[in-house]
Design a protein around this ligand. Sequence first.
Ligand code: NAD
Length: 500
Amino acid sequence: MSKSILKLWINGQYTESRGSRLGDVTNPALGTVIRQVPLACREDVERAIAVAKAAFPLWRDTPPLRRSRTLNKFRELLELHRPELARLASEEHGKTLEDAAGSVQRGIEVVEFAVGAPHLLKGEHAENVGRGVDCHSMLQPIGVCAGITPFNFPAMVPMWMFPIAIACGNTFILKPSEKVPSCSLRIAEFLKEAGLPDGVFNVVPGDKEAVDTLLTHPDVRAVSFVGSTPIAKYIYETAAHHGKRVQALGGAKNHAVVLPDAELDFTADAIMGAAYGSAGERCMAISVVVAVGNVADPLLAKLKERAEKLVIGAGDHKGVDMGPVISAPHRDKIMGYINSGVEQGAKLVTDGRGIKVAGYENGFFVGPTLFDKVTSEMTIYREEIFGPVLIVVRVNSLDEAIKLINNNAYANGTAIFTGSGAQARRFQNEIEVGMVGINVPIPVPMAFFSFGGWKSSLFGDLHMHGMEGIKFYTRTKAVTTRWPEVAERSASSLTMPTLG
Ligand code: NAD
C-alpha cells in the first residue's frame, strides 16, 4: 500500500514541494514507515520567505489586542485538539500518550503567556527627561522569523517560539524536524481556523537544504533553534554571519546531586521519571546522578529496584512507562554507548540491551540502563547519550559535586536533592547552569519565565519564552520628543546636546 505524502504549508494552505526529495516518517514502536514528508528545497523555502515578508506589514500594523484575540482562539483550538496532537506526537516520536499530552500542555502555556502581548509590548515612558522634553521607548517587531526544531518535542518546542514571535507582530517560518512533521502542520491548520491571516505562519519540513536557505536569506531577520550542540553552534555562527539575531539551544548532560540528608524514596521516584521518561530523549532529562558520600549504596538499590519494574512498550498502550527511541540508528548509537561504558570499566547495574517487546519485534526499544562507578573521563559521562541510560558518579562532598558539574561542557539543567536549605542555597548560587531544581528533578521554567541553558547548551544571548522571548522577537526604539513654544526656540548649536 502506498504511504500518504504530507505537504508544505505556505500562505495559509497545503502546497506541493517543487523539489523531489522525500523523507520517511516512522512509527518507532512498530519500526515501520507510516507516511512521507517532502524535504523542502531552496525554491520552496524562498517562496515561504517571500510570502512571510509580504504578510508582515499588515500583521505588524494589526493592534496587539487583535493579535492576542487570534492567539486566544488558537489556544481554545489547541485545548480542544490536545488529544489529537498528543496522539500524533506519540505516533511519530514513540513517547507515551500521557507524556505527549503533558508536553502539548506545556506548549499551550506559552500561548497563554503570548496572549498577554498588549501588556507585554508596552514600552517605557519618562516625562521631563530634560526641560520640556519627554522620552518613550517602543517594542517593534523585527520581520520574518524562522524556527528550526528537534524531533523530541514535536508540538511543545515549536510553541516555545512562534506564539511569541506572532504575538509581537512578526511573521514566522517553521522548519520542524523531518522525523516528526505532523504536529506542526496540524497546528498551522488551527492557526488558520483561529483567524490568523495567510502567510503569517508557514511550515516547511525539510533538512539541511531548507535550514541553510533560512540561515542565509537576507529577508529572514531572526533564527530560533533547538537541537543538538554541533548543529546549534553551526546555526549560531552561520546565521550571525548573515546578520541575523540568533538563539540556538543545544544538547545537555543534566546532573542531579543527591546529598545524604535527602528523602530517598521521594528522590528515587523523582529521578526515575526524569531519567527514563520519554526514553531519556528530553533535553532536561537527568542523565547523571552525583551521589554524595554514603548516600550512594542505598540510593542505587532504590534506583535499580525501580528501573527494573518499568514497563516498556508502545507509547499508545495503557500502563506503559517508557516507549521506544526515535530510530534504529539512534538505538544502535545508544547501544554503542552502553558497550563503551562496560569496556571503560563502569559497573553495569541494569542492562537495557537485548530487550524484546512482544508484538513489536521491529521497534526501536532500549531498556532502562543503570551504571554505577562512572568517572568523568568515560565517554558515557562526557557525551550526551539521549536515551534511557542513567549513570551514577560517586563523590565525597557537595564541593566536589559542584566542581564536577561546573567542569562539564553542557549546562542546561541540574537539580539537587537535600533537606538542607543552606546547602541548596549554596548550590543554586555557585552552580554554572541555566536552570536549577531544588528537590525538583526537571526544572523546566513555566512559560512566564524563560527557558535556556548556559555554555554549550545555548549559543546566543536570550533564552526562549518569558520576557526574554519578547525581547528576542522585538527591537527597541527610543523616541525623544520636544514641542517648543515659539519663545523658547533658540539658535542652532553645534555642541553635544545635554538635557536638564
Ligand atoms: P538535531 O540537531 O539533529 O536536529 C535539530 C534540527 O536541525 C532538525 O530540524 C534538523 O532537521 C536540523 N538539522 C540536523 N542536521 C542539520 C545540519 N547538518 N544542518 C542544518 N540543519 C540540520 O537534533 P535532534 O536529534 O532532532 O534533537 C535532539 C537534540 O536536541 C538533543 O541533543 C537534545 O538535547 C536537543 N534538545 C535541546 C533542547 C534544549 O532546550 N536545549 C530541547 C530539545 C532538544
